[in-house]
Design a protein around this ligand. Structure first.
Ligand code: ADP
Ligand code: MG
Length: 139
C-alpha cells in the first residue's frame, strides 16, 4: 500500500549540515519527498507535536532540544513508507541502531538522534497535518 509518513531532520543534524546526506539516504531508499519545509519550532510547538510523550520523563528535555535549532520537516511517500522509513532510521538509541541506518551513521545519543519518523498510519496522519496543508503536498 502506498503510504505517507512524516520525517523530521532534527536540530542536531541540521547543526552539522547533515540534511543533504540524510535526504540522500532517504531518496536512495526509494522514498519520495512530496513536501518539505525548514522551521525553527518554539518549545510549545514541539510540545504539541510530541504530546503523546507528555508523561514521559524526557518530555521537557525533548521539547527544549527540538526547539534548539532549525528542523527540516518533510512528507515521504512510497510503498509501505511508514515501516520502511522506521527501518532506515534505525533504533531510537543509536548504540542499538543497525549498520546502514541513519541513526547509526549520524545520531549523537538517544535524544539527539538526528531524525523522526511516524510510527503508524494514525500518527502519520496527525503529524503530517500538524505541519502541512493538502496544498503543500505534491505527489
Ligand atoms: P522514536 O523517535 O524512535 O519513535 P520515541 O517515540 O520513543 O522514539 O521518542 C521520541 C523521541 O524522544 C526520540 O526520538 C528521542 O529524541 C527522545 N527520547 C526517547 N527516549 C528517550 C530517553 N530515554 N531519553 C531522552 N530522550 C529520549
Ligand atoms: Mg516515536
Amino acid at each position: 500500500m502506498i503510504q505517507r509518513t512524516l520525517s523530521i531532520i532534527k536540530p542536531d543534524a541540521t547543526a552539522r549540515s547533515l540534511d543533504g546526506a540524510i535526504l540522500k539516504m532517504i531518496q536512495e531508499a526509494g522514498l519520495k519527498v512530496v513536501a518539505m519545509k525548514r522551521l525553527h519550532l518554539t518549545a510549545e510547538q514541539a510540545g504539541g507535536f510530541y504530546a503523546v510523550h507528555k508523561e514521559r520523563p524526557f518530555y521537557n528535555d525533548l521539547c527544549s532540544f527540538m526547539s534548539s535549532g532549525p528542523v527540516l520537516v518533510s512528507v515521504l511517500e512510497g510503498e509501505d513508507a511508514i515501516a520502511r522509513y522506521r527501518t532506515l532510521m534505525g533504533a531510537t538509541n543509536p548504540e542499538k541502531a543497525e549498520e546502514g541506518t541513519i541513526r547509526k551513521a549520524y545520531a549523537q545519543n538517544i535524544e539527539a538522534n538526528s531524525v523522526h519518523g511516524s510510527d503508524a498510519p494514525e500518527t502519520a496522519a496527525f503529524e503530517i497535518s500538524y505541519f502541512f496543508s493538502q496544498l503543500e503536498i505534491v505527489g
